[in-house]
Design a protein around this ligand. Sequence first.
Ligand code: NAP
Length: 297
Amino acid sequence: MTADIIQGKVISKELRQNIKNEIDAIKAKNPEFKPKLVVIQVGARPDSSTYVRMKLKSCKAVGIEGELRKYDSTIGEEELLKSVHELNEDTSVHGVLVQLPLPAHISEEKITDAVEQAKDVDGFSPLNMAAIFKRKAQPLQIPCTPKGVMYMLDHEKVVIDGKNVVVCGRSDIVGGPMAKLLEKRGGTVTIIHSKTTEEQKKFYCSNADIIVSAVGKVNFLRGDYVKPGAVIIDVGTNYVEDSTKKSGHRLVGDVDFESCREKASKITPVPGGVGPMTVAMVLHNLLEASKRAYGIE
Ligand code: NAP
């Protein structure tokens, strides 16, 4: 079997077009509708700057105003918290996104927790997180990467109900909410983490109908651990040396693509899989937050 490739790039383009169409339609009826995202960046890490640029460019393309608040890496935690509180109060701002990582002297948890739930387009606030883990609660925002994965699975009409699902990784940002969302949709979910033994990993992965890998390790999942026909979603982003590239490196996922593609029925590539979905979901969460702020159904 050779798996179909789930084209995240194409799916996210469609989604971004839908978001743009919806924003255009709302603005035509409500000229005062001005959705706005503020991105907070501390320091000048080149990877963070690239992600921030990408997010702001995507905002502009769909009609969302994007503003960057860039601070020197020496900014203190109190001053940064004050900035978040100001943005929480500012009614012209509908989403606040803190670009991670923050410098070591600032608590990421304190800063991201300070973003008001309604403006938490990343979905990391304690209230949004708690709602994901409560059976009947509806979070205002779902973290963008797990939300993007769910969208892709639905787009590809992958049945989750009654399936064996493995999520590799249990972080607050990806693996944890991912596992809960899949379980809420009827999957029987096993979480693989750093304390899982190799035998356990092999046992659970080779019995899984769906595997989502969010670990951050090259070749974490190989084809010999994959059940024929499984659906594989590769969230991992890792850089490996590649002298044929101008940059000297190349982006790869957690999954050994070639060997897994021979066993799976559907698989996401890296790049061009989950990454573009994450960015599209920032826009989707921002649109939803703006509609709520303007009282638009
Ligand atoms: P993280 O916070 O570092 O979490 C990694 C998880 O992997 C942890 O739960 C850890 O287990 C587990 N792990 C580490 N080594 C392991 C091993 N040998 N065996 C099994 N489990 C292991 O990372 P993250 O923020 O969740 O991100 C995960 C990956 O996704 C990274 O490559 C990141 O760059 C990528 N990512 C991609 C996107 C996207 O849009 N494509 C978005 C976000 C993240 P413990 O909990 O036991 O330590």
